[in-house]
Design a protein around this ligand. Structure first.
Ligand code: DGY
Length: 433
């Protein structure tokens, strides 16, 4: 174990740039929002200052309206497409002029990241000071979401691009793409010259991804216009669970700091509304799972993915719902021949065990499920998620994603996607502390 921990630390040090960590050397050469949060949790285990700088650098890229972008393009790189010249986030009048970025966001990880970093910190006094200096910027990010991403005032925020979900090419989005008339773009992919194309999204899928960005650009990334015109508009249980978990973390941290009653009160109001709507709108009793809601076409997306179980991490389900989730997880994902937790329902024909978010296991989802299951007292299943994660990493190393089928782990088998992947290393450190 200590050899693996040393290797994880070595990877994080090698992926460290000046003030932030790249997810994987050539494949992802910038700073990604949700990666950064998980990475900071890993960094905190061996260098509190590095962890704090990671978070601070991301917060420095925040826009005037509180928005935090999904990618911050710190340095020019020709190994990634689409770069800043395609995204043109600077079209938004409130964009951060100093940090070129995308004009879309990613799940709100920073609240629970700060809380976990503080638990890990050796120097609690210093850590509390760091939180005091930065927490208002995270609060402002939540305020941005509730004020700009919730047009029906439901307490459930929308994402307007599949890249905002983090689960980029999940089969969840297929029916939405079928409603979109995207042109065929002429561009040069960089990812598929680094990674086997069978493990990455297709060219046609990239056409949709670029087209949705082009529509947002036509409206200068104005949120109200995006809510009106984006062909992709979804309430995502994973994204909203992470927002709700981060709300709780901010409430605890503000209480620890003292004062800030107005912010605590506002967070509690958001929390109540969000959790009520979440259970009303995103829980599907027949499936025994949380689902996504297609706000553009006004219909539920009745498919089960690892995101369906993520509300456990945010304390959203009641006891009966939590039990139903566990049954669904065991029935569909938990066979003896499978590692938990596949990213998409293995009992369907959309499941692909090799292709990015269409089936493989991801360590960040497993980390959330582990904590959620523990919180609800499902200790055996929590331990299985944890030991499955560790076993896979020990077998193949710190890849980006992994085949859930146990039968293939014989002989010379590899993980998929980027190698020396930062959050796999970071969350291994946290799971095995
Ligand atoms: C990619 O390029 O695949 C990234 O996941 C986008 O965020």
């Amino acid at each position: 174990m200590s050899k693996m921990r040393n290797k994880a630390i070595e990877i994080l040090k090698a992926n460290w740039r000046d003030g932030y960590t790249v997810p994987s050397k050539n494949l992802y050469p910038y700073q990604w929002k949700w990666d950064s949060g998980f990475i900071a949790i890993g960094l905190a285990h061996f260098d509190q200052k590095m962890a704090e700088r990671e978070v601070e650098t991301l917060l420095n890229a925040q826009w005037i309206n509180g928005f935090i972008p999904h990618i911050v393009f710190h340095k020019v790189s020709d190994t990634y497409f689409p770069g800043p010249n395609f995204h043109r986030a600077d079209l938004h009048p409130l964009a951060n002029k100093e940090y070129p970025s995308t004009g879309m966001t990613q799940p709100p990880v920073l609240g629970f990241t700060l809380e976990r970093m503080h638990e890990i910190a050796k120097d609690k006094k210093e850590s509390l000071q760091f939180i005091k200096n930065n927490i208002d910027r995270v609060y402002k990010n939540h305020q941005y979401f509730y004020n700009n991403r919730d047009p029906k005032d439901e307490g459930l925020v929308y994402i307007y691009h599949n890249w905002e979900s983090g689960t980029d090419n999940s089969p969840l989005w297929d029916p939405i793409f079928e409603t979109i008339d995207a042109p065929v773009y002429n561009f040069e992919r960089r990812d598929t010259s680094i990674i086997d194309p069978s493990e990455r999204p297709t060219k046609r899928e990239y056409d949709y991804y670029l087209h949705i960005i082009d529509i947002a650009k036509e409206h200068n990334y104005n949120d109200a216009k995006i809510a009106e015109f984006s062909p992709f508009l979804v309430q995502d249980p994973l994204f909203n669970s992470m927002l709700i978990k981060s709300n709780s973390a901010l409430i605890s941290l503000y209480k620890m700091i003292g004062g800030n009653e107005d912010k605590i009160e506002q967070l509690e109001q958001w929390q109540e509304k969000s959790i009520t709507s979440f259970n009303r709108k995103l829980y599907d009793k027949d499936l025994g799972a949380y689902i996504h809601y297609d706000l553009r076409n006004d219909k539920p997306i009745r498919m089960v993915s690892s995101s369906s179980f993520s509300p456990l991490y945010a304390g959203i389900p009641n006891k009966d719902q939590a039990e139903a989730l566990v049954r669904t997880m065991m029935d569909k994902f938990g066979g003896e021949d499978m590692y938990l937790c596949a990213s998409f329902d293995p009992s369907t024909d959309k499941f692909n065990p090799k292709k990015y978010w269409r089936g493989p296991v991801w360590i960040n989802l497993n980390w959330m499920l582990y904590h959620g299951l523990l919180d609800y007292g499902f200790n055996d299943l929590a331990q299985r998620v944890k030991s499955d994660s560790i076993e896979i990493l020990e077998k193949v190393g710190f890849y980006e994603y992994f085949d859930p089928r146990k039968s293939i782990y014989k002989g010379d088998v590899k993980g998929y996607g980027g190698s020396d992947f930062s959050w796999s290393a970071a969350l291994f450190l946290d799971l095995t502390e």
